[in-house]
Design a protein around this ligand. Structure first.
Ligand code: GLN
Ligand code: ZN
Length: 752
C-alpha cells in the first residue's frame, strides 16, 4: 500500500527553526543564512520520511511562521499597510505575522486565532474590496524542485480556497463571493505550475468542510471546485479533510472528479458510517487517516487493521495520518527519563511514520511479529491505578454535581458575609513575572538555592503584592502566582498521574512552542497545592484574598490525555483532585476561590450539533464537581479568555459559579449585548482594559467602558477587573493601569 502523511512538524528535532527565525529577527543572521538553514531542516525532514518508507512526501507544509499566511501571501492577499512599509517579501511576511516597529513606522500584526480545535494558531488574512487575488509566488514550485533534487517523491500540499475564505476576515463590505473567480484562476495557475514539475498528486487541504456546512457554503464550495478540478489538467487532486467528518458534503464530494479524498477516520469516525452508507467510488483513492496526528500514543494495529478491513471499498486505499503531524512533538526517541511503560507507548511524529510502514508490512502478510509485538504492548501495559480514586468516582451521585443553595440565594448570603462594595474590584490572579521572579524559580529548579530561600523570595513578593493592592484600593486581592511557571504545568507537576517530557515541543504559533504534560495514570492530589501561598497572603491583610486554581477542563485540554479510559473519566479524576484543594482552601479561611477555565471554549466540537453530547455534557459537570462542596458563603469565581463566548453563555451559566471574569476589551465589548440577550445570571467582570498591550488606559477611557456596562447589566452583578492575568506586563505598566482602573470606578461610585 502507498503510505503518506498530511504534513510534518517543521520546528525541527531540536527546535532549529525556532532558533533560526529568532536569530534572523534579532539581526544575528541574514535572510540568506535563514533560507540556507531552512533548506537543511526541510531536507532532514524529507529524508526522515523517506527512510521510514513514506512513499508520497508532503512538500509545501513547511513554513517560516504559519502556512495559512503563506497561502494568503502567495495569492497576493496582503493588506496595504504592510506593503507600504516597502520591505523585502520575507520581511513583509514577518511584519504581517508579528507586527512592525522600526524607524518611526509601526504597524500591528494581523490577528491570530486557534486553528480548529487545536492549540496551533493561524494568522487571519484580511480581504477588502481592493484585494486583488492572483498567484504571485513560486514558493511551492521551488520547494517541489528542491525536494526532487534530493530524490524525494513529492506530494504538493496547499490549503484550499474554501477554507481560506471561511477562515479569513472580510472588511469594508468585501464578501467571500467577490473573490471566487479570481481565486479559481489563482488556484488553476498554481495547479498548472505544480503540474509542470511532474508531481503526481496535489493535496488541497479543506478542513473547513468538517464544520457545519450551510447551503450557502455548499454553493461556494461547488462554485470553487467545479471550476478548479475541471481546469486542473493532468495533476491529480486529493481533497484532504481532517479534524472531523464531512457529513454535510460527503455525497457531493464523492461525485466530484477528485482523484483522491482524504478522510480522518479517527476524530471523524462518522466518516466510516458515511462510506458504509453511501459507498466510496471505485475510481477514487481513499486516503485513509488511521494514524492519529493529535495524540502521542502508539497505534493499536489490531484495531486499525480491523477498521481498514471493514471498509467496503473496492478501489485503492492509501495509508495516511488523520491530520498533519504538526500537532505532536518531533520524536520520542530521546525521552529516556520517562517511566519505561510510558516510553514504550509513545509515538511522536517520527514514530508515527514507522507505524504507517508497519501497518503496510502487516497488511502484506510479511510481518506477523510486528503485529504480535503490538498486541503484547497493549495487553501488558499497566496504567498506574489508584483504587481510592476509582472508588470515589463510582460513588459519585447527582448530588455531587449540585451546589446548594441556588445561586440567587447564595448571592444574598455572600453579600452579607463578604461585605463588598458596589462594583467590587479585583485582578485575574498573576502579577508581573519579572526577571527576578523567573530567576528564583530557575535557581530552585536547578538546586542552586534551598527550598527555604525559594519560599522566602516568593513570600517577599507576595507581601509586596498585597501591600501594593492595598495601596491601590483593590477590594479582592490575589497572591500573585509567583510560584507558577505555567497554569497547567504547575498543577500537573503537583498531581499524581502526570508525566513530563524533556523535548516534547509542539508548535503553538510562529516560533513559539509548548510542551504539554502527559496524563498517564489515575490522577490524584498527593498534598495541598496552593494552600500555603493563599493562606500566607490572607494572613497579611484584612481584605479578602482570592484563592487561585486552574480548572479541570483546562488542565485536560492542555495535556495529552491517556486514551485507555474515556475522557470523562480522566477529567472527573482531575476534578476530584481540585475539589479537595477547594475544600482545603475553604477550611483554611479563604472565602473566595477562583477556578480558571480559559480553555473551556477551545475544544468545542466543530459541529454545533455535537457540542452538548460530545463535550459540554461532561465538561460542565466536571467544573461543577470541583466546587459543589463549598458553603453558601464561599464565593466561587471563574475566568475565561482567548475566545468568543457569545454562543456558549448558557453553558457558562451552567457552571454555576458565582462570578466570572471575561476577556472582553479586545472584542469591542460586544460581549455585553450577548450577556443581556442570553439573560446571563452569573455576576460578571468584563475585563475593562486589554492587558495584552503595553498601553496604559486613561481613567476616563475605562470609566466610559464601565458606564456602557452598567447601562445594560444590573449594577449589583458587575465586577471591575482587567481582562486577564498581568504576568506578561511590567510592574510599572500594571500599577499605572490598575490605578487608573480604581480611579475610574471611584468616580462612578461617587456618581451612583
Ligand atoms: N489566573 C491566571 C493568571 O492570572 C489566568 C491566566 C489565563 O487566563 N490564561 O495568569
Ligand atoms: Zn485570561
Amino acid at each position: 500500500m502507498t503510505k503518506t502523511i498530511v504534513g510534518f512538524p517543521r520546528i525541527g528535532a531540536e527546535r532549529e527553526l525556532k532558533f533560526a527565525t529568532e536569530h534572523y529577527w534579532k539581526g544575528k543572521i541574514d535572510a540568506e543564512e535563514l533560507l540556507a538553514q531552512a533548506k537543511v531542516i526541510k531536507n532532514d525532514h524529507w529524508q526522515v520520511q523517506k527512510e521510514a518508507g513514506i512513499d508520497l512526501i508532503p512538500v509545501g507544509d513547511f513554513s517560516f511562521f504559519d502556512n495559512f499566511l503563506d497561502v494568503a501571501t502567495g495569492f497576493n492577499i496582503v493588506a496595504d499597510r504592510y506593503r507600504q512599509l516597502n520591505l523585502s517579501a520575507l520581511d513583509e511576511y514577518f511584519a504581517q505575522a508579528r507586527g512592525y516597529q522600526k524607524d518611526g513606522k509601526t504597524v500591528k500584526a494581523l490577528p491570530m486565532k486557534k486553528w480548529f480545535n487545536t492549540n496551533y494558531h493561524y494568522i487571519v488574512p484580511e480581504f477588502t474590496p481592493t484585494t486583488e487575488v492572483r498567484l504571485v509566488s513560486d514558493r511551492l514550485v521551488k520547494e517541489i524542485e528542491e525536494a526532487q533534487e534530493v530524490g524525494v517523491n513529492a506530494k504538493a500540499v496547499v490549503i484550499g480556497p474554501y477554507t481560506l475564505l471561511k477562515l479569513s476576515r472580510f472588511l469594508d463590505g468585501a464578501q467571500p463571493a467577490d473573490f471566487v473567480d479570481d481565486l479559481v484562476a489563482a488556484y488553476v495557475d498554481l495547479l498548472t505550475q505544480v503540474g509542470q514539475t511532474g508531481v503526481e498528486f496535489v493535496q488541497i487541504d479543506e478542513p473547513a468542510l468538517t464544520f457545519d456546512v450551510s447551503e450557502t457554503d455548499q454553493a461556494l464550495f461547488d462554485q470553487l471546485y467545479d471550476q478548479i478540478v475541471a481546469q486542473s489538467g493532468s495533476t491529480k487532486v486529493i481533497l484532504q479533510t481532517y479534524f472531523g467528518d464531512i457529513r454535510d458534503v460527503y455525497q457531493d464530494v464523492i461525485q466530484k472528479p477528485f482523484a483522491g479524498i482524504g478522510l480522518d477516520l479517527l476524530e471523524g469516525s462518522e466518516n466510516i458510517k458515511l462510506i458504509q452508507e453511501y459507498g466510496f467510488p471505485q475510481d477514487k483513492i481513499l486516503f485513509a487517516g488511521v494514524v492519529n496526528g493529535k495524540n502521542v500514543w502508539r497505534n493499536d494495529y489490531t484495531e486499525t487493521l480491523d477498521l481498514l478491513n471493514n471498509l467496503p471499498i473496492d478501489g485503492e486505499v492509501v495509508l495516511n495520518t488523520s491530520c498533519s503531524l504538526l500537532h505532536v512533538p518531533y520524536s520520542a526517541k530521546n525521552e529516556s527519563q520517562l517511566p519505561k511503560d510510558v516510553y514504550r507507548h509513545l509515538a511522536f511524529a517520527v514514530e508515527k511514520l514507522g507505524e504507517l510502514s508497519d501497518l503496510d508490512h502487516i497488511r502484506q502478510g510479511h510481518a506477523d511479529d510486528l503485529l504480535t509485538n503490538n498486541k503484547v504492548l497493549f495487553a501488558t501495559t499497566k496504567h498506574p491505578v489508584n483504587v481510592a480514586v476509582q472508588d470515589r468516582i463510582s460513588g459519585l451521585t447527582e448530588a455531587d454535581y449540585h451546589r446548594l443553595p441556588d445561586r440567587q440565594e447564595r448571592e444574598k448570603i455572600q453579600q452579607e458575609a463578604l461585605n463588598l462594595p458596589l462594583f467590587p474590584t479585583t485582578t485575574i490572579g498573576s502579577f508581573p513575572q519579572t526577571a527576578e521572579v523567573r530567576a528564583n524559580r530557575r535557581h530552585y529548579k536547578h538546586h542552586e538555592i534551598t527550598k527555604d530561600q525559594y519560599d522566602q523570595f516568593n513570600q517577599e513578593k507576595i507581601a509586596e503584592a498585597i501591600k501594593k493592592q492595598e495601596e491601590l484600593g483593590l477590594d479582592v486581592l490575589v497572591h500573585g502566582e509567583y510560584e507558577r511557571n505555567d497554569m497547567v504545568e504547575y498543577f500537573g507537576e503537583k498531581l499524581d498521574g502526570f508525566v513530563f517530557t524533556q523535548n516534547g515541543w509542539v508548535q503553538s504559533y510562529g516560533s513559539r512552542a509548548v510542551k504539554p504534560p502527559i496524563i498517564w495514570g489515575d490522577v490524584s492530589r498527593v498534598a495541598p497545592i496552593t494552600v500555603a501561598e493563599s493562606v500566607f497572603a490572607n494572613g497579611l491583610t484584612d481584605k479578602l484574598v482570592k484563592g487561585m486554581l486552574t480548572g479541570p477542563v483546562t488542565i485536560f485540554n492542555w495535556s495529552f490525555p491517556r486514551e485507555d479510559i474515556k475522557r470523562e473519566g480522566v477529567v472527573t479524576q482531575i476534578a476530584l483532585a481540585l475539589r479537595d484543594e477547594v475544600l482545603d482552601l475553604e477550611k483554611n479561611g479563604i472565602k473566595i476561590i477562583q477556578i480558571d477555565e480559559p480553555a473551556l471554549r477551545e475544544k468545542l466540537p466543530l459541529r454545533q450539533s455535537d457540542w452538548n453530547e460530545k463535550y459540554l455534557d461532561w465538561a460542565v459537570p466536571a467544573f461543577r464537581l470541583v466546587h459543589s462542596g463549598v458553603a453558601a458563603d464561599t464565593q466561587i469565581h471563574t475566568h475565561m479568555c482567548y475566545s468568543e463566548f457569545s454562543n456558549i453563555l448558557t453553558a457558562i451559566d451552567d457552571l454555576d459559579a458565582d462570578v466570572i471574569s471575561f476577556e472582553a476589551s479586545r472584542a469591542d465589548f460586544t460581549l455585553i449585548d450577548d450577556l443581556v440577550a442570553n439573560h446571563f445570571q452569573t455576576q460578571v467582570g468584563p475585563g475593562v482594559y486589554d492587558i495584552h498591550s503595553p498601553r496604559v488606559p486613561a481613567p476616563s477611557e475605562i470609566k466610559n467602558l464601565i458606564e456602557e456596562v452598567i447601562e445594560k447589566i444590573p449594577s449589583r452583578k458587575v465586577w471591575i477587573n482587567p481582562d486577564c492575568g498581568l504576568k506578561t506586563r511590567s510592574e510599572s505598566e500594571s500599577w499605572a493601569s490598575l490605578k487608573n482602573m480604581i480611579e475610574a470606578i471611584q468616580s462612578i461610585r461617587e456618581d451612583a
